[in-house]
Design a protein around this ligand. Sequence first.
Ligand SMILES: Cc1cc2nc3c(=O)[nH]c(=O)nc-3n(C[C@H](O)[C@H](O)[C@H](O)COP(=O)(O)OP(=O)(O)OC[C@H]3O[C@@H](n4cnc5c(N)ncnc54)[C@H](O)[C@@H]3O)c2cc1C
Length: 496
Amino acid sequence: MAHQPIQKLVIVGGGTAGWMAATSLKHSYPHLQVTLVESSEIGTIGVGEATIPTIRRFYAQLGLTDEDVMRKTQATCKLGIQFNGWLQENSSFIHPFGSYGEALNGVPFHHYWLKQRETDAATALEEYCVAVQLARHHRFSLPPTNPQSSLSVFDWALHLDAGLFASMLKEHGIANGVECIDAKVERVDTVLENGFIRALHLDNKRCVEGELFLDCSGFRGVLIEQTLKTGYQDWSHWLLCDSAVVAQSELEGEPAPYTQANAREAGWQWKIPLQHRQGNGLVYSRAHQSDEEAENELRANIGEPLLHAPRILRFVPGMRNKAWNKNCIALGLAAGFFEPIESTNIALIETAIEKIKLLLPDTSMQVALRDEFNLRIQKEYESVRDFVLLHYCLNQRQGKFWQDYRDISLPESLTHRMALFKANGLLPRQRHEIFQPNSWLALFDGCRYYPSSYDASIRQFPDTMINRGLSTMRERIMGAVQKSPSHTEFLRRCLS
Ligand SMILES: Cc1cc2nc3c(=O)[nH]c(=O)nc-3n(C[C@H](O)[C@H](O)[C@H](O)COP(=O)(O)OP(=O)(O)OC[C@H]3O[C@@H](n4cnc5c(N)ncnc54)[C@H](O)[C@@H]3O)c2cc1C
């Protein structure tokens, strides 16, 4: 007998994860009955304001335009992240949402650049990336829809107000038929024979039954952990930060079109400019810095007045043993967490929603679909973990925290990738990864980690020819940058 399609989807949690899942799944499966339970008494985490470009694809699928979202969430544009002081106290680089240079003769651009680095004519990698140059000059314009060459290719994301973003999605979800219940889950009924979740008992005396449950309840993991005891892979031996102190402040000058991540004594501090205020947070390791020291360091590095008293958040870096267990799938903070250095957490919610759509089970909850989902999530999280670790492991800074990072025994997956790049500049492309070769290149360059060789086929080209080609690329990029308005001017035109 054919199995029945899922008809009742129940989501616990009305933060970014819950509302992204509710809106997106209701949009794709209009006949699905979607019920979302959230607790205004518990509230949401209220952070998560820097995104990567996938967010724009996410809301475009719902029929929302960039202008709609930017207006409703007080957003500004983001071309990448500026890392200050990570390698050494005075170093700085930008990880852009964009590519570097143009490939020639089928050989990626960076090999030519590496060859030039061996000569007196060496130039900086960032001169070949239009996104970095726009960011450095505080300019912004939309990427060309039909780029003539890869030199003009870049992407962009948003800095947005997390509370306003969740409210916007909630409004959209409810207008499209998502049922929202404001109540606390008090008790969860499971089926005796197989441990599957059957129903939620709420503190308003309602009982909500479902076939598939999404746990978007944040760090609590009300279903995935408190009920199903799924277990967690704790990665704190690799990722030392376990706390953040956060505060909003008034904007310092005109908003920059990038996030700032500034290295500090025992962690790093973000600055996220919105239209109406600035988001700030210091991510730190409690083993290396007390809460009080962290708060003082945060305050010392942002302009007064703060718009509220600083809040402290704790976390354990890592991920659930299984994001999908029985008939429950965890998303967002309930599934796992990385420090937000690369703004990956919301992106991981998006990619998990895409996987749910691809592997949507019927009421029999096919094991093969579940296993495939968990495998893909595991690989994706591990790859983000490695990318985050790379920011730290090559540092040359003073201080115990930074020294401890130098002494960490790295995962084999990361040492292998570093060895490939070291050997001859190889940047493998893996389908499941959020960060593609250009991102790894930006980071290797930011860490001054270079290969000992490059693609042998370009040895035949004389230096003069390579210099001429690279010089033309730099001129074309700067020409495009000079034609672009300032970020502030772009926002004014876009939002008027
Ligand atoms: C310090 C910090 C900075 C971050 N910065 C970024 C960033 O810049 N970019 C990025 O992409 N991500 C960032 N993140 C991650 C991002 O904030 C989250 O991924 C995102 O907000 C999703 O959160 P959530 O919806 O999973 O959880 P939450 O926002 O915590 O929502 C949980 C929901 O579950 C509900 N709930 C809980 N228990 C119950 C119950 N018993 N009954 C009913 N409802 C319940 C709550 O009321 C709430 O609605 C950051 C996280 C932290 C900690």
